[in-house]
Design a protein around this ligand. Structure first.
Ligand code: 6R9
Length: 632
């Protein structure tokens, strides 16, 4: 059996097989990999505890599958192309053989610095090749990586390091993104001042800026590399050993550490990558996501490398030096498959067509979208002006928790419908349920999106708190994994994802809990109470609207208070969570039992105040009039 699907008929066959005999289906796929020891049993599961195990007692190392396995046939093939922030700086390319060596050497540096199998290593780095090497180096020696997006603040980083009890941090001196310069090492220093578990900090020299190096704790990577050799035996891992932790926001205050394991994640990331993008041996593939997010983990690194692909990594931003940068990079490296987020498409769309029309884009064959719903206008613009109507746009729906793509067209294989993710991948059994958790079986319906059967790439636990995993995903509807998303199913069974139905806001494809942002705002000394909601935003998908009650005896004017509030959010979470609108109010619409009626605030934020629905349970209806009058 070939595990690359080539036609819609084959897709339907594979889908049927995956439902009728899931264990046989996934075992067949898993056979394609290098295992140190075969599994005894394919699957054990229940969604009550939850307990999900794939490839039980299988032993492997994912980097042997990403790297060593390819050396014979693809040793000289390009594995990684790195394009720097500044187009005047030279790009760097690594073959599979070179990548293998880099990873092994950093793995040895980690071992020399005391890292052992099972230890947690935090990686806080810009999009430089060492970030990719470091992630794989952890996997090589069985350390659990926890990558933290380099846009998060010191406080956020510290929370994540402390939650995972990481012992080592890998970072860089600084970073350049667009015209911005960020003193990365300084942020790390600030964070680990409150992280007693951290013993070593390994620093990559990227910018050459002067940084503080603490004796006995901080070491330079380039100096450590002098001390190690080029080979590193891969640690043998159990299929269910954790591979990484990645923190993501939910509806409650604190981000949770989503845990993925070695075997299932490997099988799922490879299978979904090759099928969704229909990767061909000589293709150059580019995913624009940062490795700090799940898309970067699965579809910049692991999926492509497992498949033996050439993957491109970009340090910069879409609008530097101008809004043609993406297209310039596509032409420069002959990119065939391009995967990005709707927010990027919308911002480039707003910058005007000239930037696209100056490039040929002839190499492109497949376009992908991820992170949030793609509106029809953006879908068509992408399809017509970037893909010249010859490239399918695969709208891939999935989550940090799902590990890989769940619902999507397969490029050049499945039918396309703008703004629709389409059909589930083989092995994926989505259902829609109503409020009471009853399955809605018909088509042309809308409901809460759940999964009724496990898949290899799914979340196993939330780090250090299994009960939280159960409550977040498996408690809402008995026996089901609940995604937190609402979806529609059309008459042909194609899915359209509508968006989050919980208190999660999706800003430019990044998830934030409303409670998380409120906590950050409430840290400010002028603030008494706050409520945060999302509202439609032309470029970002959703914007952040904060309603804030401030201390009355404060002399400050409103602009001063807004600046203060923004500063608190930047310090607590990072610039990426800055509220777009802050309305200072005297009261919040609360019910008699003290609950904030967010429904009303959402309407105000959307500018739809003509019909607020039932407001009879409000403690003080006057509050609402005042909020409407002051709406931004
Ligand atoms: C991969 C990723 C997950 C949430 C998810 C949903 C939204 C992602 C989407 C999409 C509509 C798509 N989402 N892809 N909505 N269409 N193609 O983004 O993971 O950061 O965990 O976000 O993003 O709401 O629940 P993550």
């Amino acid at each position: 059996m070939s595990y690359t699907i080539k036609s819609f008929d084959e897709y339907q066959q594979a889908y049927q097989e995956s439902i009728q005999n899931p264990e046989g289906f996934w075992a067949n796929i898993a056979e394609q990999f290098t295992w140190q020891q075969k599994w005894d049993k394919v699957l054990d599961w229940n969604f009550e505890e939850p307990n999900v195990k794939w490839f039980i007692n299988g032993k492997l190392n994912i980097t042997e599958n990403c790297l060593d396995r390819h050396l014979k046939t693809r040793g000289n093939k390009l594995a990684l192309i790195w394009e720097p922030n500044d187009p005047k700086e030279r790009y760097v390319r690594y073959t599979y053989r070179e990548l293998h060596e880099k990873v092994c050497m950093i793995a040895n540096v980690l071992r020399n610095n005391g890292v052992k199998k099972g230890d947690r290593v935090c990686i806080y780095m810009p999009m430089i090749p060492e970030l990719a090497f470091s992630v794989l180096a952890c996997a090589r020696i069985g350390a659990v990586h926890s990558v933290i997006f380099a846009g998060f603040s010191a406080t956020s980083m510290a929370d994540r390091i402390n939650d995972a009890q990481a012992t080592v941090v890998l970072t860089s001196d600084g970073l350049n993104r667009g015209t911005k310069q960020i003193p990365v090492k300084r942020v790390v220093d600030e964070a680990i001042a409150t992280c007693p578990s951290v013993q070593k900090v390994i620093v990559v020299e990227r910018t050459g800026w002067a940084v503080n190096m603490e004796e006995g704790r901080d070491v330079w990577l380039h100096e450590e590399l002098q001390k190690v050799d080029k080979d590193c035996t891969a640690e043998i891992m159990d299929a269910e050993d954790p591979l990484f932790i990645l923190y993501t926001s939910g509806s409650t205050g604190k981000p949770k550490g989503v845990v993925h394991t070695c075997g299932g994640y490997m099988v799922y990331s490879d299978y979904t990558f090759r099928n969704v993008f229909q990767y061909q041996e000589s293709d150059v593939y580019w995913c624009t996501a940062d490795i700090g997010w799940i898309t970067g983990h699965t579809y910049l690194l692991y999926g492509p490398l497992l498949t033996g692909a050439t993957t491109l990594m970009f340090e910069g931003i879409p609008t530097f030096p101008d809004a043609g940068r993406f297209w310039q990079v596509v032409d420069k490296h002959g990119v065939n498959i391009f995967y990005t987020a709707p927010t990027a498409i919308r911002s480039l769309m707003a910058a005007g067509l000239d930037h696209v029309l100056s490039y040929s884009l002839d190499s492109l064959k497949v376009l992908g979208s991820v992170g949030e719903p793609i509106n029809e206008e953006a879908w068509h613009w992408y399809h017509i002006h970037v893909g010249k109507e010859r490239c399918p746009v695969v709208d891939t729906w999935w989550q940090t928790e799902t590990g890989g793509i769940m619902i999507s067209a397969l490029a050049h294989v499945s039918p396309l419908k703008p703004s629709h993710a389409g059909y589930p991948l083989p092995g994926i059994q989505p259902i829609l349920v109503d409020q009471s958790g009853e399955e809605i079986k018909e088509n042309e319906v809308e409901g809460y999106l759940c999964m009724k059967f496990p898949w290899p790439g799914m979340i196993r636990t939330t780090y250090g708190d299994h009960e939280r995993c159960r409550l977040s995903y498996f408690a809402a509807y008995k026996g089901l994994y609940f995604t937190g998303d609402g979806a529609k199913r059309d008459k042909n069974g194609m899915y359209r994802i509508i968006g989050r139905v919980d208190d999660v806001i999706n800003v430019s494809g990044h998830r934030f809990g409303t409670a998380e942002i409120e906590n950050a705002i409430n840290q400010n000394k002028h603030v008494v109470e706050s409520a945060v909601v999302g509202y439609p935003h032309e470029i970002k998908g959703q914007g952040i609207y904060a309603f804030v009650i401030c201390n009355h005896d404060d002399p400050g004017n409103e602009q001063y208070l807004r600046d203060e509030i923004i500063e608190s959010v930047v310090a607590e979470i990072g610039k990426i969570a800055k509220p777009d609108k802050i309305q200072i109010v005297n009261g919040l619409p609360k019910t008699r039992s003290g609950k904030i009626m967010r429904r009303i605030l959402r309407k105000v934020a959307e500018g739809e105040t003509s019909n607020l629905g039932d407001t009879s349970t409000l403690l003080d209806p006057n509050v609402v009039d005042e909020i409407i009058a002051g709406a931004l």
